[in-house]
Design a protein around this ligand. Sequence first.
Ligand SMILES: Cc1cc2nc3c(=O)[nH]c(=O)nc-3n(C[C@H](O)[C@H](O)[C@H](O)COP(=O)(O)O)c2cc1C
Length: 409
Amino acid sequence: MTPGIFDPLTLPNGTTLPNRIAKAAMEEDMAERGQVPGGALFALYRRWAAGGVGLLISGNVMIDRHAVVAPGAVVLERETPLVPFERWAEAGKQNGAQFWLQLNHPGRSIQADIGGRVLAPSAIPLDMGKHSKMFAQPKAMDEGEIVVVVGRFVEAAKRAQQAGFDGVELHAAHGYLFSQFLSPLSNQRSDAWGGSLENRARLLLDVARAVRAAVKPAFSLGVKLNSADFQRGGFDAADAQQVVRWLNALAVDLVEVSGGTYESPAMQGRTADQRTLAREAYFLEFARDIAAVASMPVMTTGGIRRREVAGSVLAAGVSVAGVATALTLVPDLPARWRKGESPVIHLRGPSWKDKLMASAATLAQLRRQLDRMGRGGDPVMDSSPLWALLSDRVRRWRLIYRYRSWLRQ
Ligand SMILES: Cc1cc2nc3c(=O)[nH]c(=O)nc-3n(C[C@H](O)[C@H](O)[C@H](O)COP(=O)(O)O)c2cc1C
Protein backbone atom coordinates (compact mmCIF):
# COMPACT_ATOMS: atom_id res chain seq x y z
CA MET A 1 0.00 0.00 0.00
CA THR A 2 1.26 3.50 -0.82
CA PRO A 3 2.27 5.38 2.34
CA GLY A 4 0.65 8.74 3.02
CA ILE A 5 2.62 11.98 3.18
CA PHE A 6 2.14 12.10 6.95
CA ASP A 7 3.36 8.56 7.56
CA PRO A 8 6.78 8.28 9.21
CA LEU A 9 9.76 6.97 7.27
CA THR A 10 12.53 4.92 8.84
CA LEU A 11 15.88 5.51 7.16
CA PRO A 12 18.49 2.76 6.63
CA ASN A 13 20.42 3.99 9.71
CA GLY A 14 17.37 3.26 11.90
CA THR A 15 16.39 6.88 12.51
CA THR A 16 12.92 8.10 11.59
CA LEU A 17 11.52 11.10 9.74
CA PRO A 18 8.15 11.93 11.36
CA ASN A 19 6.60 12.47 7.91
CA ARG A 20 7.57 12.45 4.25
CA ILE A 21 7.63 16.15 3.44
CA ALA A 22 11.08 17.74 3.39
CA LYS A 23 12.13 21.34 3.19
CA ALA A 24 14.71 21.19 0.42
CA ALA A 25 17.92 23.20 0.65
CA MET A 26 17.74 26.91 -0.08
CA GLU A 27 20.76 29.17 0.11
CA GLU A 28 19.56 31.79 2.59
CA ASP A 29 22.47 34.23 2.22
CA MET A 30 21.71 35.28 5.80
CA ALA A 31 24.88 34.47 7.78
CA GLU A 32 26.18 36.95 10.31
CA ARG A 33 29.66 38.46 10.23
CA GLY A 34 32.16 35.59 10.39
CA GLN A 35 29.85 33.55 8.08
CA VAL A 36 28.07 31.89 11.00
CA PRO A 37 24.33 31.44 11.59
CA GLY A 38 22.64 34.04 13.81
CA GLY A 39 19.27 35.34 15.00
CA ALA A 40 17.69 35.64 11.55
CA LEU A 41 18.48 32.04 10.61
CA PHE A 42 17.33 30.77 14.01
CA ALA A 43 13.99 32.56 13.57
CA LEU A 44 13.57 31.27 10.02
CA TYR A 45 14.24 27.64 10.95
CA ARG A 46 12.04 27.86 14.04
CA ARG A 47 9.25 28.98 11.71
CA TRP A 48 9.79 26.07 9.31
CA ALA A 49 10.12 23.57 12.14
CA ALA A 50 6.80 24.73 13.56
CA GLY A 51 5.26 24.39 10.09
CA GLY A 52 5.34 20.61 10.25
CA VAL A 53 7.95 19.26 7.80
CA GLY A 54 9.54 15.90 8.63
CA LEU A 55 13.00 16.85 7.41
CA LEU A 56 14.70 20.23 7.22
CA ILE A 57 17.74 20.53 4.98
CA SER A 58 19.68 23.77 5.42
CA GLY A 59 20.76 25.95 2.54
CA ASN A 60 24.16 24.93 1.27
CA VAL A 61 26.89 25.41 3.88
CA MET A 62 30.38 26.03 2.51
CA ILE A 63 33.27 23.82 3.54
CA ASP A 64 35.91 26.38 2.52
CA ARG A 65 35.79 30.10 3.33
CA HIS A 66 37.62 30.83 0.08
CA ALA A 67 34.98 29.16 -2.08
CA VAL A 68 31.47 30.47 -1.35
CA VAL A 69 28.37 30.70 -3.54
CA ALA A 70 27.05 33.80 -1.84
CA PRO A 71 28.65 36.48 0.32
CA GLY A 72 26.15 35.75 3.11
CA ALA A 73 26.77 32.00 2.98
CA VAL A 74 27.35 29.99 6.15
CA VAL A 75 30.84 28.44 6.34
CA LEU A 76 31.76 25.45 8.52
CA GLU A 77 35.46 24.69 8.90
CA ARG A 78 37.76 23.30 11.58
CA GLU A 79 38.21 26.77 13.13
CA THR A 80 34.55 27.85 13.04
CA PRO A 81 32.96 28.50 16.46
CA LEU A 82 30.32 25.81 17.09
CA VAL A 83 27.94 27.62 19.46
CA PRO A 84 26.00 29.40 16.66
CA PHE A 85 25.58 26.02 14.92
CA GLU A 86 24.34 24.42 18.14
CA ARG A 87 21.69 27.11 18.43
CA TRP A 88 20.74 26.68 14.77
CA ALA A 89 20.37 22.91 15.21
CA GLU A 90 18.20 23.45 18.26
CA ALA A 91 15.94 25.89 16.38
CA GLY A 92 15.31 23.48 13.50
CA LYS A 93 14.70 20.42 15.66
CA GLN A 94 11.96 21.96 17.79
CA ASN A 95 9.05 20.06 16.35
CA GLY A 96 10.63 16.60 16.13
CA ALA A 97 11.82 16.93 12.52
CA GLN A 98 15.33 15.87 11.54
CA PHE A 99 17.57 18.81 10.65
CA TRP A 100 20.46 18.21 8.26
CA LEU A 101 23.14 20.57 7.02
CA GLN A 102 23.70 20.59 3.29
CA LEU A 103 27.43 20.69 2.58
CA ASN A 104 28.75 22.16 -0.65
CA HIS A 105 31.81 23.25 -2.56
CA PRO A 106 30.81 25.39 -5.55
CA GLY A 107 33.86 24.63 -7.69
CA ARG A 108 33.69 26.90 -10.76
CA SER A 109 30.17 28.15 -9.98
CA ILE A 110 31.46 31.24 -8.19
CA GLN A 111 30.58 34.71 -9.38
CA ALA A 112 33.57 36.89 -10.23
CA ASP A 113 32.48 39.70 -7.88
CA ILE A 114 32.91 37.37 -4.87
CA GLY A 115 36.21 35.90 -6.06
CA GLY A 116 38.17 33.48 -3.93
CA ARG A 117 39.83 30.20 -4.82
CA VAL A 118 37.98 29.02 -7.89
CA LEU A 119 38.81 25.35 -8.34
CA ALA A 120 37.27 22.86 -10.75
CA PRO A 121 38.07 19.47 -12.28
CA SER A 122 39.27 21.22 -15.46
CA ALA A 123 40.03 24.86 -16.29
CA ILE A 124 36.75 25.27 -18.18
CA PRO A 125 34.66 28.30 -17.21
CA LEU A 126 30.88 28.33 -17.14
CA ASP A 127 29.27 29.13 -20.47
CA MET A 128 26.49 31.54 -19.64
CA GLY A 129 26.31 33.18 -23.05
CA LYS A 130 26.49 36.96 -22.79
CA HIS A 131 26.63 36.66 -19.00
CA SER A 132 29.71 34.38 -18.93
CA LYS A 133 31.94 37.17 -17.59
CA MET A 134 29.92 37.17 -14.38
CA PHE A 135 31.68 33.93 -13.45
CA ALA A 136 35.30 33.43 -12.48
CA GLN A 137 37.89 31.50 -14.50
CA PRO A 138 38.57 28.23 -12.63
CA LYS A 139 41.89 26.50 -12.08
CA ALA A 140 42.10 22.72 -12.62
CA MET A 141 42.58 21.00 -9.25
CA ASP A 142 45.74 19.06 -8.58
CA GLU A 143 45.71 15.82 -6.61
CA GLY A 144 46.66 17.61 -3.36
CA GLU A 145 43.75 20.04 -3.71
CA ILE A 146 41.33 17.16 -4.24
CA VAL A 147 42.57 15.42 -1.09
CA VAL A 148 42.14 18.67 0.88
CA VAL A 149 38.54 19.02 -0.33
CA VAL A 150 37.73 15.44 0.76
CA GLY A 151 39.14 16.25 4.21
CA ARG A 152 37.12 19.45 4.44
CA PHE A 153 33.83 17.65 3.76
CA VAL A 154 34.66 15.08 6.45
CA GLU A 155 35.60 17.79 8.95
CA ALA A 156 32.39 19.74 8.28
CA ALA A 157 30.28 16.58 8.70
CA LYS A 158 31.97 15.71 11.99
CA ARG A 159 31.42 19.23 13.28
CA ALA A 160 27.78 19.21 12.15
CA GLN A 161 27.31 16.05 14.22
CA GLN A 162 29.06 17.66 17.18
CA ALA A 163 26.77 20.69 16.95
CA GLY A 164 23.67 18.50 17.20
CA PHE A 165 22.46 18.22 13.61
CA ASP A 166 20.87 14.90 12.65
CA GLY A 167 22.74 14.50 9.39
CA VAL A 168 24.36 16.06 6.35
CA GLU A 169 23.47 16.08 2.69
CA LEU A 170 26.26 16.26 0.10
CA HIS A 171 25.24 18.64 -2.69
CA ALA A 172 26.16 16.72 -5.84
CA ALA A 173 23.61 18.45 -8.08
CA HIS A 174 23.17 21.77 -9.93
CA GLY A 175 26.65 22.09 -11.42
CA TYR A 176 28.64 22.56 -8.21
CA LEU A 177 31.95 20.78 -7.60
CA PHE A 178 30.74 17.15 -7.29
CA SER A 179 28.44 17.66 -10.25
CA GLN A 180 31.29 19.25 -12.25
CA PHE A 181 33.37 16.13 -11.62
CA LEU A 182 30.44 13.91 -12.68
CA SER A 183 29.90 15.67 -16.02
CA PRO A 184 32.16 14.87 -18.99
CA LEU A 185 31.56 18.43 -20.23
CA SER A 186 33.22 20.07 -17.22
CA ASN A 187 35.54 17.18 -16.29
CA GLN A 188 38.10 16.54 -19.01
CA ARG A 189 40.79 15.09 -16.78
CA SER A 190 42.84 12.12 -17.88
CA ASP A 191 43.85 10.92 -14.40
CA ALA A 192 41.97 8.79 -11.86
CA TRP A 193 39.37 11.56 -11.37
CA GLY A 194 38.24 11.88 -14.98
CA GLY A 195 37.37 9.85 -18.07
CA SER A 196 35.13 6.90 -17.19
CA LEU A 197 32.00 7.45 -15.09
CA GLU A 198 33.67 5.46 -12.34
CA ASN A 199 36.52 7.98 -12.29
CA ARG A 200 34.21 11.00 -12.53
CA ALA A 201 32.16 9.69 -9.60
CA ARG A 202 35.26 9.00 -7.49
CA LEU A 203 35.22 12.34 -5.63
CA LEU A 204 31.59 11.96 -4.56
CA LEU A 205 31.99 8.30 -3.62
CA ASP A 206 35.24 8.92 -1.71
CA VAL A 207 33.64 11.76 0.25
CA ALA A 208 30.47 9.77 0.98
CA ARG A 209 32.56 6.80 2.16
CA ALA A 210 34.86 8.97 4.28
CA VAL A 211 31.97 10.89 5.86
CA ARG A 212 30.12 7.67 6.68
CA ALA A 213 33.25 6.27 8.36
CA ALA A 214 33.78 9.44 10.39
CA VAL A 215 30.28 9.87 11.88
CA LYS A 216 28.05 7.71 14.08
CA PRO A 217 25.72 5.22 12.33
CA ALA A 218 22.67 7.16 13.57
CA PHE A 219 23.91 10.35 11.90
CA SER A 220 22.10 10.49 8.57
CA LEU A 221 23.92 10.87 5.27
CA GLY A 222 22.11 12.13 2.17
CA VAL A 223 23.21 12.93 -1.38
CA LYS A 224 21.48 15.40 -3.70
CA LEU A 225 22.08 14.22 -7.24
CA ASN A 226 21.07 15.42 -10.67
CA SER A 227 18.74 13.10 -12.54
CA ALA A 228 20.52 14.62 -15.53
CA ASP A 229 22.28 17.88 -16.36
CA PHE A 230 19.98 18.44 -19.37
CA GLN A 231 22.97 19.32 -21.56
CA ARG A 232 23.94 17.41 -24.68
CA GLY A 233 26.88 15.14 -23.83
CA GLY A 234 26.52 15.83 -20.10
CA PHE A 235 25.71 13.64 -17.08
CA ASP A 236 22.54 11.76 -18.00
CA ALA A 237 19.82 9.59 -16.48
CA ALA A 238 21.71 6.32 -17.03
CA ASP A 239 24.79 7.84 -15.35
CA ALA A 240 22.66 8.93 -12.38
CA GLN A 241 21.27 5.42 -11.95
CA GLN A 242 24.76 3.95 -12.02
CA VAL A 243 26.01 6.43 -9.40
CA VAL A 244 23.10 5.46 -7.17
CA ARG A 245 24.02 1.77 -7.57
CA TRP A 246 27.48 2.65 -6.25
CA LEU A 247 25.97 4.74 -3.43
CA ASN A 248 23.92 1.67 -2.43
CA ALA A 249 27.10 0.12 -1.04
CA LEU A 250 28.00 3.15 1.08
CA ALA A 251 25.25 3.26 3.73
CA VAL A 252 23.70 6.43 2.31
CA ASP A 253 20.33 7.11 3.96
CA LEU A 254 18.57 9.21 1.31
CA VAL A 255 19.14 10.24 -2.30
CA GLU A 256 17.45 13.47 -3.39
CA VAL A 257 16.82 13.72 -7.11
CA SER A 258 16.99 17.13 -8.77
CA GLY A 259 18.41 18.25 -12.11
CA GLY A 260 20.08 20.99 -14.10
CA THR A 261 23.01 23.34 -13.75
CA TYR A 262 23.58 27.10 -13.97
CA GLU A 263 23.97 26.57 -17.72
CA SER A 264 20.69 24.66 -18.02
CA PRO A 265 18.53 25.45 -14.98
CA ALA A 266 16.12 22.52 -14.99
CA MET A 267 15.63 22.80 -11.21
CA GLN A 268 13.58 25.90 -11.95
CA GLY A 269 11.35 23.93 -14.30
CA ARG A 270 13.19 24.96 -17.47
CA THR A 271 14.69 21.93 -19.14
CA ALA A 272 15.47 21.29 -22.75
CA ASP A 273 12.56 18.87 -22.52
CA GLN A 274 9.49 21.09 -22.55
CA ARG A 275 7.30 18.21 -21.45
CA THR A 276 8.61 18.61 -17.92
CA LEU A 277 6.87 21.98 -17.77
CA ALA A 278 3.56 20.23 -18.03
CA ARG A 279 4.22 18.31 -14.87
CA GLU A 280 4.11 19.59 -11.33
CA ALA A 281 6.94 17.40 -10.08
CA TYR A 282 9.70 18.07 -12.58
CA PHE A 283 11.87 15.05 -11.89
CA LEU A 284 9.29 12.48 -10.85
CA GLU A 285 9.86 10.05 -13.71
CA PHE A 286 13.62 10.18 -13.23
CA ALA A 287 13.20 9.71 -9.47
CA ARG A 288 10.94 6.71 -10.03
CA ASP A 289 13.59 5.11 -12.25
CA ILE A 290 16.26 5.85 -9.67
CA ALA A 291 14.09 4.42 -6.86
CA ALA A 292 13.94 1.19 -8.86
CA VAL A 293 17.72 0.71 -8.48
CA ALA A 294 18.23 2.43 -5.10
CA SER A 295 18.47 0.48 -1.87
CA MET A 296 17.93 3.68 0.14
CA PRO A 297 14.79 5.87 0.09
CA VAL A 298 14.59 8.45 -2.68
CA MET A 299 13.31 12.02 -2.45
CA THR A 300 12.47 14.29 -5.34
CA THR A 301 12.38 18.07 -5.32
CA GLY A 302 11.15 20.43 -7.99
CA GLY A 303 7.74 21.93 -8.65
CA ILE A 304 5.79 20.40 -5.75
CA ARG A 305 3.23 22.89 -4.49
CA ARG A 306 0.01 20.87 -4.00
CA ARG A 307 -0.81 18.08 -1.61
CA GLU A 308 -2.14 15.87 -4.43
CA VAL A 309 1.19 16.19 -6.22
CA ALA A 310 3.11 15.23 -3.06
CA GLY A 311 0.78 12.23 -2.81
CA SER A 312 1.43 11.22 -6.40
CA VAL A 313 5.19 11.38 -5.76
CA LEU A 314 4.75 8.75 -3.05
CA ALA A 315 2.40 6.71 -5.25
CA ALA A 316 5.19 6.53 -7.85
CA GLY A 317 7.44 4.75 -5.34
CA VAL A 318 9.43 7.80 -4.25
CA SER A 319 9.65 8.06 -0.45
CA VAL A 320 9.95 11.79 0.26
CA ALA A 321 8.51 14.91 -1.41
CA GLY A 322 11.00 17.79 -1.30
CA VAL A 323 9.62 21.33 -1.31
CA ALA A 324 11.57 24.57 -1.64
CA THR A 325 9.73 27.52 -3.26
CA ALA A 326 6.33 26.70 -1.76
CA LEU A 327 7.79 26.73 1.76
CA THR A 328 9.23 30.22 1.28
CA LEU A 329 5.73 31.44 0.50
CA VAL A 330 3.77 29.26 2.93
CA PRO A 331 6.18 28.11 5.67
CA ASP A 332 3.51 26.03 7.46
CA LEU A 333 2.35 24.26 4.30
CA PRO A 334 2.49 20.72 5.81
CA ALA A 335 0.46 21.82 8.84
CA ARG A 336 -2.09 23.44 6.51
CA TRP A 337 -2.33 20.31 4.36
CA ARG A 338 -2.85 18.25 7.50
CA LYS A 339 -5.79 20.49 8.41
CA GLY A 340 -7.27 19.87 4.98
CA GLU A 341 -6.44 23.31 3.59
CA SER A 342 -5.14 23.80 0.05
CA PRO A 343 -3.35 27.15 -0.08
CA VAL A 344 -2.83 28.47 -3.61
CA ILE A 345 0.86 29.15 -4.15
CA HIS A 346 1.71 31.56 -6.89
CA LEU A 347 4.62 33.97 -6.95
CA ARG A 348 4.13 36.88 -9.34
CA GLY A 349 7.49 36.50 -11.09
CA PRO A 350 8.99 38.57 -13.94
CA SER A 351 8.20 37.90 -17.60
CA TRP A 352 11.49 39.30 -18.90
CA LYS A 353 13.22 38.15 -22.09
CA ASP A 354 16.61 37.82 -20.39
CA LYS A 355 16.18 34.43 -18.71
CA LEU A 356 19.20 34.81 -16.44
CA MET A 357 18.01 38.16 -15.10
CA ALA A 358 14.47 36.83 -14.73
CA SER A 359 15.70 33.88 -12.73
CA ALA A 360 17.95 36.13 -10.59
CA ALA A 361 14.91 38.32 -9.88
CA THR A 362 12.77 35.33 -8.90
CA LEU A 363 15.48 34.08 -6.57
CA ALA A 364 15.75 37.58 -5.10
CA GLN A 365 11.97 37.67 -4.56
CA LEU A 366 12.15 34.33 -2.74
CA ARG A 367 15.16 35.37 -0.67
CA ARG A 368 13.28 38.47 0.42
CA GLN A 369 10.63 36.22 1.90
CA LEU A 370 13.29 34.33 3.85
CA ASP A 371 14.60 37.64 5.08
CA ARG A 372 11.11 38.74 6.13
CA MET A 373 10.63 35.55 8.13
CA GLY A 374 14.07 35.97 9.67
CA ARG A 375 12.82 39.29 11.05
CA GLY A 376 9.66 37.73 12.43
CA GLY A 377 7.41 38.86 9.53
CA ASP A 378 5.25 36.93 7.07
CA PRO A 379 6.06 36.15 3.44
CA VAL A 380 4.09 37.78 0.60
CA MET A 381 3.40 36.44 -2.90
CA ASP A 382 3.03 39.73 -4.76
CA SER A 383 6.46 41.30 -4.27
CA SER A 384 7.95 43.32 -7.16
CA PRO A 385 10.62 41.37 -9.09
CA LEU A 386 12.45 44.54 -10.15
CA TRP A 387 12.53 45.99 -6.68
CA ALA A 388 13.63 42.62 -5.26
CA LEU A 389 16.47 42.38 -7.78
CA LEU A 390 17.69 45.93 -7.17
CA SER A 391 17.63 45.66 -3.40
CA ASP A 392 19.30 42.25 -3.65
CA ARG A 393 22.16 43.84 -5.64
CA VAL A 394 22.69 46.56 -3.05
CA ARG A 395 22.55 44.05 -0.22
CA ARG A 396 25.01 41.84 -2.11
CA TRP A 397 27.64 44.62 -2.43
CA ARG A 398 27.39 45.27 1.29
CA LEU A 399 27.78 41.56 2.08
CA ILE A 400 30.72 41.18 -0.32
CA TYR A 401 32.47 44.06 1.44
CA ARG A 402 31.84 42.43 4.83
CA TYR A 403 32.91 38.97 3.60
CA ARG A 404 36.16 40.31 2.12
CA SER A 405 37.03 42.28 5.24
CA TRP A 406 36.40 39.14 7.35
CA LEU A 407 38.67 37.12 5.02
CA ARG A 408 41.45 39.70 5.40
CA GLN A 409 41.42 39.42 9.20
C1 LIG B 1 16.24 30.79 -3.08
C2 LIG B 1 16.68 29.38 -3.46
C3 LIG B 1 17.90 28.93 -3.03
C4 LIG B 1 18.30 27.62 -3.33
N1 LIG B 1 19.47 27.14 -2.80
C5 LIG B 1 19.77 25.82 -2.92
C6 LIG B 1 20.84 25.26 -2.19
O1 LIG B 1 21.53 25.91 -1.40
N2 LIG B 1 21.08 23.93 -2.37
C7 LIG B 1 20.32 23.16 -3.19
O2 LIG B 1 20.57 21.96 -3.28
N3 LIG B 1 19.30 23.66 -3.89
C8 LIG B 1 18.99 24.97 -3.74
N4 LIG B 1 17.89 25.46 -4.37
C9 LIG B 1 17.08 24.56 -5.21
C10 LIG B 1 15.97 23.90 -4.41
O3 LIG B 1 16.46 23.05 -3.39
C11 LIG B 1 15.07 23.07 -5.33
O4 LIG B 1 15.84 22.00 -5.85
C12 LIG B 1 14.46 23.89 -6.45
O5 LIG B 1 14.07 25.18 -6.01
C13 LIG B 1 13.21 23.20 -7.03
O6 LIG B 1 12.25 22.96 -6.04
P1 LIG B 1 10.94 23.89 -5.85
O7 LIG B 1 10.22 23.88 -7.15
O8 LIG B 1 10.18 23.27 -4.73
O9 LIG B 1 11.44 25.26 -5.52
C14 LIG B 1 17.48 26.78 -4.11
C15 LIG B 1 16.25 27.27 -4.56
C16 LIG B 1 15.84 28.55 -4.24
C17 LIG B 1 14.49 29.01 -4.69
